[in-house]
Ligand binder design. Structure first.
Ligand SMILES: [Zn+2]
Length: 419
């Protein structure tokens, strides 16, 4: 225990300015040594000695941090962290990292605008499985039968894909798709296109004739399946789904969730601006612009992370979601969006209404026992002297929200005391 504490003190001494370091370390090491020896000679219980030594070590670390934070360099850094530009810079950095890490949001772009000619007519064809929403690939004899007999599709092509970005396709695949060797198919990155040469069941891509709906094509294939059943003892139920709707499904789902969050926070900003106008007749433009910037950029960043780096945009080659834990993931996304809203409101609340720096020097006032007079709470002030914020203790009053008192001479006229 003592050895660990001495190592901790040695590590903490790196924080201490160079000129004071050697002396500081010597003093703290001696202090802890002496204290441990003193307690032991007095025959105090081992557990208590350990607790005291730990306590002293924490004191040493706190002392080292205090010495470090009084240095001009650290002070400049701390005051920079308090500024709104720091938060916005961090968000911008995160967005830049997402852009670079995802090759310029490739999946999102592929969802919004796939580079296939007349993509609205493309459909994925599979067989219904016993489980709800499940899909089976199509065996090659059935695929050939459909290809020869159908009346609703201009073209039908089969494909398979492997683990390492290799896809095997029938010869007319690219004619049906309307693009030659695209970078992505069904949002999956394909590095190598090969001709198909196996008898494994296929994923089937079709192109509808103009003015034919996917439902009409499905009915047509269903009628043909009845005929096919005469000479093949199999139960078949083809399923036709539009390709675009399938690849855009995650976009609509998670995009809506993030969009609603943005709307909610913008409505909150609008309510705040109205309250400003009613109370003082003017709007704190910078304060609300900062809030709106966070309200828009954070959910957008979250949505991009979901689209680019999660399994939400990953499909099997029949267009089935590979994602078994989807309900759980949706719940996680809702939690994350809740955290974004909570942090945005909490961060906004502890910022100076004039200069947007985080308020400092929290002072606890009143006591929780005096709830009758609503005294208990916390007061924070702006380092630049613009004003102070009163945050009531949660247990004292749920109705009364914190009050901002402007101290700056510029602010006093426009900010009447509100308690
Ligand atoms: Zn201020």
């Amino acid at each position: 225990m003592l050895v660990i504490c001495l190592i901790a003190i040695r590590a903490a001494s790196c924080l201490v300015p160079g000129a004071l370091r050697a002396g500081w370390r010597r003093a703290w090491v001696k202090e802890v040594w002496h204290y441990a020896r003193l307690l032991r000679t007095h025959g105090v219980k081992q557990r208590y000695v350990r607790a005291r030594i730990r306590h002293h070590t924490m004191g040493a670390i706190r002392d080292a941090w205090r010495l470090r934070s009084t240095m001009p360099g650290t002070r400049r850094w701390i005051s920079a962290v308090r500024k709104p530009e720091f938060v916005l810079g961090l968000i911008a950095l995160g967005l830049a990292a997402i852009l670079i890490g995802s090759r310029g949001v490739a999946i999102t772009r592929a969802m919004l605008a796939p580079h296939y000619a007349d993509a609205g007519r493309l459909v994925l064809i599979s067989e219904k499985s016993v489980e709800v929403g499940g899909r089976h690939p199509v065996p090659p004899p059935l695929f050939n039968f459909w290809k020869a007999e159908n009346t609703t599709l201009t073209g039908l092509a089969g494909y398979q894909w492997g683990r390492h970005g290799v896809a095997w396709v029938t010869p007319d695949f690219f004619d049906v798709l309307g693009a030659v060797k695209p970078e992505r198919f069904l949002l999956r990155r394909i590095r190598d296109w090969q001709p198909l040469d196996s008898d494994e069941p296929l994923g089937v891509l079709g192109r509808l004739k103009p003015q034919v709906t996917p439902e009409a094509a499905e009915t047509n294939l269903l009628d043909m399946a009845a005929r096919y059943r005469h000479f093949q003892a199999a139960s078949l139920e083809p399923q036709v789904i539009p390709l675009l709707a399938r690849i855009r499904q995650p976009l609509y789902m998670y995009g809506t969730m993030c969009g609603l969050t943005i709307m909610l926070m913008l409505v909150a900003a609008f309510v705040g601006i109205r309250a400003d106008q009613r109370r003082t007749g003017q709007v704190r433009r910078r304060y609300w612009a900062y809030f709106c910037a966070k309200a828009v950029s954070l959910p957008v960043a979250l949505a991009l992370v979901i689209f680019e780096f999660s399994r939400a945009t990953s499909f099997t080659f029949t267009g089935e979601a590979t994602f078994v834990a989807e309900p759980f993931f949706v719940w996680l996304v809702i939690l994350a969006l809740g955290a974004v809203v909570w942090w945005n409101l909490a961060d906004q609340r502890v910022r100076c209404r004039a200069c947007l720096q985080t308020l400092q020097y929290p002072v606890r006032i009143g006591s929780l026992g005096a709830v009758l007079f609503n005294h208990a709470g916390m007061e924070l002030v702006c380092c630049e002297g613009h004003g102070s914020l009163y945050v009531p203790a949660p247990s004292s009053d749920y109705v009364q929200r914190g009050g901002w008192t402007g101290l700056d001479s510029m602010d006093i006229d426009s900010e009447p005391v509100r308690r």
